[in-house]
Write a protein that binds this ligand. Structure first.
Ligand code: UDP
Ligand code: MG
Length: 325
């Protein structure tokens, strides 16, 4: 379907959607309520990330009734971070807001984010003061994750901050020039730099549906974040190797001195041998695994596949060839 957009809007809102059919209408109503009240021109871009429920039909219905609503239908489920990227690629606004479509990120915060932009900041990121309606386990792992990633990477990724943020046009254009496939968008935004400011908020429970981030996916996401911004883990192998080499040297000298001094009774201990063997085997496998993570990533990058493919679109012209190829 053809592009209904003419003027450049002040705000583009990008919403990744994966099986969120039940909440779309409420989301739209709340968004439009806030944005109409705010009085700046806007567009709303839904990116359907291969949903298996009626999400795409819901998006089309909204877009057909309101030309400010655009929809992009990806050819399959590419994952949250890529869905966000697709939405940003297609946005045209002078500023771009990225938020989840499950109403965990309140649309009511948008004017506050925009105020930071008006103050001269290029990025206003929403930092969670509290998280409601999430399991203890999720809160704990999320907290650990944000702190770990800060320690391990060289860039200053803000803690307790998801992808809910407002970015200026130049930041979005800069992001388009970052081609990596294992995308950790919040890290990329931090990497871009300029002036960035937090806006604090309380994260709400989901409006409906279930989280699309089960533990395995969260782990994958954490590994993507760390490996994407740090080669620190690669040093683990050499550090561990050095440690064990030194320890064995100390042991060797110890035994030699003991023998030379006429010490007796060095019975070969099977238990300690097997323990050391297993331990070293484990450390070696871990080091090889870490190498594998990075090699896998290099492999993903050199294939140079497009980041995503668009099946169809409504109220927007989807590019023949998306960027990032
Ligand atoms: N999402 C997506 N593709 C995916 C997984 C999630 O587009 O493969 C969207 C999802 O619809 C939601 C946002 O990303 O709008 C965040 O996902 P979710 O709420 O499940 O994550 P959580 O808030 O539990 O961390
Ligand atoms: Mg959520």
């Amino acid at each position: 379907m053809s592009d209904t957009r003419t003027d450049v809007p002040e705000i583009s809102v990008v919403l990744p959607v994966y099986n969120e059919a039940d909440g779309l209408r409420t989301l739209y109503d709340r968004l439009v309520g806030v944005l109409d009240g705010f009085g700046r021109s806007y567009e709303i871009i839904f990116v359907n990330d291969g949903s298996r429920d009626g999400s795409w039909a819901g998006i089309m219905a909204l877009a057909n009734a309101d030309p400010r609503v655009c929809g992009v239908n990806l050819s399959r489920n590419f994952g949250h971070q890529i869905a966000i990227t697709a939405g940003m690629d297609l946005s045209r606004g002078r500023t771009v807001v990225v938020m989840d479509s499950d109403l965990q990120d309140p649309p009511e915060l948008i004017p506050e984010l925009y105020a930071k932009y008006a103050d001269g900041f290029d990025v206003a990121y929403a930092q969670r003061r509290t998280r409601d309606g999430e399991t203890r386990f999720k809160k704990l792992t999320a907290k650990l994750f944000y702190r770990l990633i800060r320690r391990m990477t060289s860039i200053d990724i803000p803690v307790d901050t998801g992808d809910f943020r407002l970015m200026s046009r130049r930041v979005v254009d800069d992001l388009k020039r970052l081609h990596e496939h294992s995308r950790f968008v919040r890290g990329l935004v931090t990497w871009v730099g300029y002036n960035q400011a937090p806006v604090f908020y309380d994260r709400k429970p989901r409006y409906g549906g279930v989280t699309k981030y089960p533990f395995a996916k969260m782990l994958r996401f954490a590994i993507d974040g760390i490996t994407g911004f740090s080669s620190e883990p690669l040093r683990f192998g050499s550090h561990a190797g050095l440690l064990f080499a030194m320890a064995s040297l100390a042991l060797m000298i110890g035994f030699m001195v003991y023998k030379l001094a006429g010490g007796q009774g060095l019975v070969p201990g099977w238990t300690s041998l097997i323990v050391v063997l297993l331990f070293l085997g484990g450390v070696q496998l871990l080091a090889v695994g870490i190498l594998g993570e990075y090699i896998g990533r290099i492999y993903d990058e050199v294939k140079r596949r497009p980041l995503y493919l668009v099946r169809d679109a409504v109220n927007i012209d989807a590019p023949e060839r998306p960027p990032h190829g």
